[in-house]
Design a protein. Sequence first.
Length: 109
Amino acid sequence: MVFGGAGRVVWLGGIAVAPPVPVVAGLGLLGGLSLVSFHGVLQARGSEMLPEARSTGMAAFAFSLFVGQAIGAGLAGLVLPAVGYRGLLFAAAGGIGTLTLFAVRRGGG
């Protein structure tokens, strides 16, 4: 979770500063690896939410993930004209960093 969250923060922050294309490619690789790491831990935790009803726990995890993505995309569309892409990417990096610290402090890993 720590590597995944930190990688996501570096990826989003790095993309926000608009580096040269080869750097963006490297950041893309980091972004993919950190997404797998971050999401994998969250998904594993989702499967542990209700051990006696694992499918219900995974359904709740998937529902939360997709509803959160939809709300986030809608909010990003509203905020984008005011802050621009750079501001939006920096805000996303801050949000992921905050989520990671919260999850790690709660024992997420």
